[in-house]
Ligand binder design. Structure first.
Ligand code: UDP
Ligand code: MG
Length: 152
């Protein structure tokens, strides 16, 4: 299927500390997305700078880098139909107050600076971001056995 794409998702340190890793992964899995690479790690300042490079001139950049490198995160590459848009829809608006009920941020977060999950905003940025954490040999190669029931 041609619209199958990869996106990059990160369970942020606040969500790891609040034991929401399973909740976040579960929401991704339940719609039919698949995890094709995953690791838990604590970002160095250099990795955090690179990860949020597109925001380097924003006033919130220093705080954001400090926060994202403040504790363990779970980085993953998620694959599926329109994965970039689908994951952002599941994550909800950046400001939890504006995120719809039913979304991760709408259901599980209070503040923009503690919004529990990162999701890439384009396939191009997804690749730039996941390349910080993964090499091609890290990706699973076997197809999921339920694919015929997820896609028509
Ligand atoms: N952020 C923040 N203050 C702001 C804007 C953004 O702390 O005024 C943080 C927030 O955690 C957000 C991240 O910076 O998730 C990246 O911002 P972006 O606009 O890319 O939002 P996202 O793509 O995460 O929804
Ligand atoms: Mg963003």
């Amino acid at each position: 299927m041609s619209d199958i794409e990869r996106t990059f998702v990160m369970v942020k340190p606040d969500a790891v500390k609040r034991r929401l890793i399973g909740e976040i992964i579960s929401r991704l899995e339940k719609v039919g997305l698949r995890i094709v690479a995953m690791r838990m790690l604590q970002l160095t300042k250099a990795m955090a700078d690179e990860h949020y490079a597109i925001h380097k001139d924003k006033p919130f950049f220093d705080g954001l880098v400090k926060f994202i490198s403040s504790g363990p995160v779970v980085a993953m590459v998620v694959e599926g139909k329109d994965a970039v848009k689908r994951v952002r829809k599941l994550a909800g608006a950046t400001k939890p107050m504006e995120a719809e009920v039913g979304t991760m941020r709408g259901d599980l977060a209070m503040e923009i600076g503690r919004n529990i999950v990162h999701a890439a905003d384009s396939p191009e940025n997804a690749k730039i971001e996941y390349s910080i954490y993964f090499k091609e040999s890290d990706f699973v190669k076997n197809p999921m056995l339920d694919e015929d029931w997820v896609y028509e």
